[in-house]
Design a binder for this molecule. Structure first.
Ligand SMILES: Nc1ncnc2c1ncn2[C@@H]1O[C@H](COP(=O)(O)OP(=O)(O)OP(=O)(O)O)[C@@H](O)[C@H]1O
Length: 273
């Protein structure tokens, strides 16, 4: 997938000013690559993932993905393209009363006929595969539970199971392990990496945890203020570059109090606005 000088600006309803969520982003991510996106709160990570998922249209510039220009496609063709792209959202929008099995089955709805999707909503057709997918995330016992009976971390795992079950060619995940304990977070990122590699799929994940980003992803993109600060192999990123990426002039007291430099080797969850 390729972005050429892509920008997105949002109008703020309060004062009608524009926020440049992304500014002239140029990048290419090749098929099968595994990439982490890091950066401070408000850097534009979610917007970038939504742009790649074709959930957001660039206001200027261009996106080419899976050999097409999505915004030149008809409505039907765009829907078909979206069925080939999986997006795990930061707060998975799972209907509270839906059962886990149905939520996961919905991952393939875009690939099925309307009739099959409707039947599947009532009577999930592919129980064994769904159970296997949930088992990889230690959730097989929750298969028939309602989504509103799950914890935040369990809901995140349901959303990941749904994306894995979809078997997309591109899997995009927005802070997919933010509500998980450290052991589950490690396990889940390793699983995402392994599963996408096995299917030859591309994986792009935004993360606040630097240690996880650097450990699990060979390529890391640092985003700040809607612009790319660096895009390089994880092994080449220095602590100074990380300090520069996350520097927060709005939080002098917090930074002084902690007195801790940003260190990529320790698990780090940085202060958020
Ligand atoms: N729908 C929207 N309307 C107006 N402004 C928006 C909208 N979505 C995002 N923004 C603004 O765009 C900027 C980038 O937001 P985005 O959610 O992409 O950042 P982020 O890096 O994912 O942040 P976080 O780490 O806190 O999730 C922010 O300034 C945000 O306020």
């Amino acid at each position: 997938m390729t972005l050429r000088d892509a920008s997105i600006a949002f109008k703020q309803p309060a004062d009608a000013t524009q926020t440049h969520a992304l500014h002239q982003i140029a990048l290419t991510i090749n098929t099968g690559e595994q990439v982490a996106i890091i950066g401070p709160s408000g850097a534009g990570k979610t917007t970038l993932l939504r742009l790649l998922a074709t959930a957001e249209q660039p206001h200027t510039g261009e996106l080419q993905i899976l050999d097409t220009q999505p915004w030149a496609l008809s409505g039907n063709a765009l829907q078909q393209l979206r069925a080939r792209i999986g997006l795990v959202q930061q707060s998975p929008p799972l209907p509270p009363r839906q059962r886990v099995v149905t939520a996961v089955a919905a991952g393939r709805a875009g690939k099925w006929s309307r009739l099959k999707s409707a039947v599947n909503l009532l009577y999930p057709l592919d129980i064994d595969n769904i159970r296997n997918t949930l088992a990889k995330l230690d959730l097989a016992d929750k298969m028939f539970q309602r989504c509103d009976q799950l914890s935040g971390g369990q809901l995140q795992r349901v959303a990941i199971a749904r994306a894995l079950y979809q078997q997309p060619e591109i899997l995009l995940a927005d802070e997919p392990v933010s509500a998980m304990d450290p052991v589950l977070a490690e396990h889940t990122l390793a699983l995402l990496s392994r599963e996408t590699r096995q299917h030859g799929a591309t994986l792009v994940v935004s993360l606040h945890n630097l240690a996880l980003a650097l450990r699990h992803f060979p390529r890391v993109i640092g985003l700040r203020g809607g612009k790319i600060q660096f895009d390089k192999p994880a092994s080449e990123i220095s602590d100074t570059e990380l300090e520069k990426l996350y520097i927060n002039d709005q939080l002098p007291a917090a930074t002084e109090q902690s007195g801790q430099p940003i260190n990529s080797s320790r698990p780090s969850t940085l202060p958020r606005c």
